[in-house]
Design a binder for this molecule. Structure first.
Ligand SMILES: [Zn+2]
Length: 241
């Protein structure tokens, strides 16, 4: 059984890695989403510093709750907190993604990964490192639209997601693009497989290059928006040094 304790962090045997992009103006936004904006309310000269903000639920690094794709399914505030702390699994598909922007992780890819790296444990968060987090500062390259407006970014195939839920009982899946589906998808089959299966997705992750393939923990902390379809989240990994 894998475990890292807070003592490991205090003793320097493990470090906390922030997998979260800054919430600010000018970041990539999935079509239909609302950009983050910050409005000053007071300055220190008024007595204290304070702002208000406007944001879509699916802006920046965020969680997709089951209710995003299913009637009567849990909203973001209803995701059990025990499912928000997971063993991390990182599948590095940067080479395939840089050769093919429409690359999808299939069931066969997953089974090959397990052959090389061992079985994915129950209650894991399975994260795909497509390399797209390195495009974040360039929204055009991140969303990667063609002339017709279709997006081109890598993602999960639905059969891979169904295997992770049914055979490996994962807590959720994560990715460093704007969608767990490949960008060009209009049927959102990976979203449906995850969310209608009652688990959650995490999108727009950052800093995936510092994670090992396994042997780390992840804490996913979405804002607890009542009746929310999702929410911006702070995502932290605890990684052995
Ligand atoms: Zn989303």
């Amino acid at each position: 059984m894998f475990s890292l304790s807070l003592d490991d962090v205090a003793n320097g045997r493990a470090e906390v890695v922030d997998l979260t992009h800054d919430l600010r103006e000018g970041t990539p936004i999935f079509p239909g989403g609302i950009p983050f904006t910050l409005e000053p309310l007071t300055q220190l000269s008024d007595g204290y510093y304070m702002n208000s903000f406007v944001s879509g639920e699916h802006t920046g690094t965020h969680v997709d709750a089951p209710a995003h794709f299913g009637k009567g399914l849990p909203t973001v505030d209803e995701i059990p907190s025990t499912n928000l702390v997971s063993q991390g699994i990182l599948i590095d598909v940067q080479a395939k993604s840089s050769a093919n922007s429409d690359y999808v992780l299939t069931l066969i890819d997953l089974q090959e990964w397990e052959k090389a790296n061992g079985r994915i444990p129950a209650h894991a968060l399975v994260i795909l490192n497509t390399g797209w987090h390195q495009r974040w500062e360039n929204p055009d390259r991140y969303l990667n639209r063609d002339e017709s407006g279709a997006l081109h970014s890598p993602g999960f195939a639905a059969d891979a997601v169904r295997y992770l839920l049914k055979e490996r009982n994962v807590n959720g899946v994560g990715i460093d693009t704007a969608s767990i589906d490949p960008g060009k998808s209009t049927a959102f089959e990976a979203h449906k497989a995850v969310l209608q299966g009652g688990r959650y997705g995490v999108e727009n992750l950052d800093n995936l290059n510092v994670l090992p393939g396994r042997g780390f923990s992840v804490v996913v902390a979405p804002m607890k928006i009542s009746r929310g379809s999702g929410a911006p989240a702070r995502v932290l990994a605890i990684v052995p040094r």
